[in-house]
Design a protein. Structure first.
Length: 265
């Protein structure tokens, strides 16, 4: 069992980044963080790479959408992958495939095929790719299993997964069993806590992140400690909030303290 590296998804502090990127990155570094997970970076990779380096931060993982229904053009895929490598990303995750595409067996198989094809192209850039779940992937049953398991079974060995523990729980999973089932496919975790809610993405109602009632790691109902133990091949343990009702830096600091207490730095 390896010990994952700690990180934080920059989406957590998106409002602070918009107000003052330099000060925000400085505050994250002051908390002891050395890794971040980037988002929305494709058209500003040079700027962000320089800003991270100034504060001693690295973005070894990142989020970018590249699993469009019709596939991404070779040019746009290459642009995305070049930007990721400029930033220093080693694993790039597509963060969201809409709920409607998880209700149909053919669409799920197509999404897996797109990801497998992207992995082949990403390898030319020295990059791995994978998928980051929410909860809509687990709602439907396909061929006797939930849609996400059906999807994961169709991925090439080169493709990896980032499991968001909060959202996997919202999808009705026993997250520890899920992680054991997926095994070495899981190379990153989103360490996110709060109540166990119902999947909001298939309800048809507008999604309000505040309704997630997320709290600092270790203060909610998600089985974080057991999940960290079950994900024995995870390379990164990433703090994230979709919404935090309070000072976001206090929430991140609590997450850092929680992971430090588990021997993760």
């Amino acid at each position: 069992m390896s010990t994952p590296q700690m990180s934080v998804q920059l989406y957590s502090v998106r409002h602070a980044l918009e107000a003052d990127q330099d000060a925000t990155l400085g505050r994250l570094a002051a908390l002891g963080l050395r890794n971040v997970e980037a988002f929305a970076f494709v058209h500003r990779a040079d700027e962000l790479a320089d800003a991270l380096a100034e504060h001693g931060l690295s973005a070894r993982t990142g989020h970018a959408g590249f699993l469009s229904p019709d596939g991404a053009s070779a040019a746009s895929l290459d642009e995305t992958f070049r930007a990721a490598r400029r930033l220093g990303v080693e694993i790039l995750f597509d963060p969201f495939v809409p709920a409607a595409r998880w209700a149909d067996e053919e669409e799920i198989a197509r999404t897996a095929a797109l990801l497998n094809e992207a992995a082949e192209r990403a390898a030319d850039h020295g990059l791995r790719v994978g998928y980051h779940n929410h909860s809509q992937e687990f709602v439907h049953t396909v061929a006797g299993v939930n849609a996400f398991d059906f999807f994961a079974d169709r991925l090439s060995p080169e493709v990896v997964l980032e499991i968001d523990l909060f959202w996997a729980s919202a999808g009705g999973n026993d997250v520890v069993s899920l992680l054991r089932r997926l095994g070495s496919q899981v190379r990153a975790l989103h360490v996110k806590d709060g109540p166990v809610i119902d999947d909001p993405f298939t309800s048809g109602a507008p999604f309000d992140p505040a309704d997630t009632r997320q709290v600092a790691a270790g203060r909610g109902q998600i089985r974080l400690e057991e999940s960290l133990a079950a994900a024995s091949d995870a390379e990164y343990a990433i703090i994230e909030f979709d919404h935090y009702d309070g000072d976001i830096f206090e929430g991140v600091a609590a997450g850092v303290s929680y992971l430090n207490g588990k021997g993760i730095v």
